[in-house]
Design a protein around this ligand. Sequence first.
Ligand SMILES: [Zn+2]
Length: 579
Amino acid sequence: MSWLDDLEKKLPEVEEQVVNDAKSPSGKPHVGALRGVLIHDAVYKFLKDKGIKVKNIYGSDDYDPMDELPGGETAEKYEKYLGAPLSNVPAPEGSQYKDLAMHYIQDYFKIFDEIGAEAEFYYMRDYYKNGFFNEAIDTLLNRAAEVREIYKKVSNSDRPDDWYPAQVVCEKCGKLGTTQIIDWDSKEATYICRKDMVTWASGCGHKGKISPFDGNGKLPYKVEWASKWKYFNITIEGAGTDHNTRGGSRDVANAISRKIFNYPPPVNIPYGFFLLGGAKMSSSKGIGATARDMTNFLPPEIIRYLMLTTQPKRAINFEPSQNYITKLFNDYDKLHKKYIANEEMQDYEKQIYSLSNINTQEKFEVVEFPLLVTLLQLPHIDVVEKIQKRFGRELSESEQKNLQKRLNAAKYWIENLANEEDLIQLQEKLPDETQELTQTQRVFLQKYSQCIKETDWSEDSLQTAVFNAARLTPINPKLAFAALYRVLLNKAQGPKAGSFVAYIDKDFLEKRFNELDVDIVKFWQETAISENDYESWHNSNKEKIVDEKLKELSENGTSVVEHIVSLNDGKTHLKRVLK
Ligand SMILES: [Zn+2]
């Protein structure tokens, strides 16, 4: 994967590479946050595999002030905490954690484990409280004028002369986001807790003087970012598109890192947005939009593949549609099949496969996602038993586990994400809409019914039989499939025909396919071609013909000749000429 090789070339010469990423734990993380997590994890694993000394650290920015209400019905009780450090806000009732920050970040860190992302977690509250950032705070307050200049020069934003690059927790109301330091005597900061400094929180008006060290104070976001780089020795850190704009937060942090701390900013991996398409996932209700929703849905290797197969700088346009999800699984499966068959893989295929598939390199077979979606919707089916039968052997432990993960994904998709028109239902009675089928489509169903009596009952053979029966009718295969979907599902289209016919009761199929009346003369009229057209078809296939039969038929005074012609590709065609 070229971006990883490119990154390696840019690394500074240090004893240990340090990869960093962080999240402000103000709510349930959006699914898009997993992109950053997995990009950083991929970098970490890539470098480690190369024998480069590296560690991956991930921070909970839990000393950030709460700047929006957490979702859910308890939101109102949180209004009074707006502006307070997240680590000081109580957790919702019933949580096993004391504070809101832990409540959100701990579930997120569990997700890391589930999707195989390895990182050492750190909590910013600890580093502020234990004095780790005292030196940074001291430096920045002493050099406030230079920081203001950087803001002006890099992002063209004016900071007044009495603005200082730190904030303290108000001794009276406990808020941090509302305080402004107005004076600094190199030991203590004089501050005002302002009512209207920010739109999202209101201070108490208190004026005080306090040491900004040991957890009393905190650095604002862009300044804190540069301080982390310097004091954690960070050498690699990617950031999403929104941070990487010209004059944006990354540029400001870069300038502070260079000018104030004399520290080279880490190698950046700018990465694009993760966009959610489809009303179900992007709705304001947020169903399916959190990282947790995604892990409830997709197996870890599919999430990793999804997040890593696209080059970081390009956006990912995720959609929960049947086509998108099917393609996602199928694309992954193509690599998996190459891997288990020991087929030659391109370098980038090898890389993406091993980065996706972290827990096992064992070789085992997988079941296609769309087949499971279909089977779960057919009545009276024990899916695991059917799959077992299809394998024709005992499933290995890995196969069973993989099957369960995929069944879970298929179930989740059916229950939460599928649109009404994606779902199928085997029709217990012949649907009224089948009356609209042409005479040709009706005869095709009867031919198919005969064909499958003589074919072995496998998905592939039953699929091939559709085309065989279509040539013997003859009918355009598209119309043939449409007839199948109509009589079985009462839909214009459906899943791969062979893959669901194979799992339906044979007697049921025979009855259904022969249930519609046929007007044979009308059928002949629909399908007959002229003598001339037959002659020219015959001539153009002359070289390939291996067998030829002729049949004359009459009904109610109408007669036809049927030419049944086998070609050297093994396919048999029927051509009908009216007499
Ligand atoms: Zn206050």
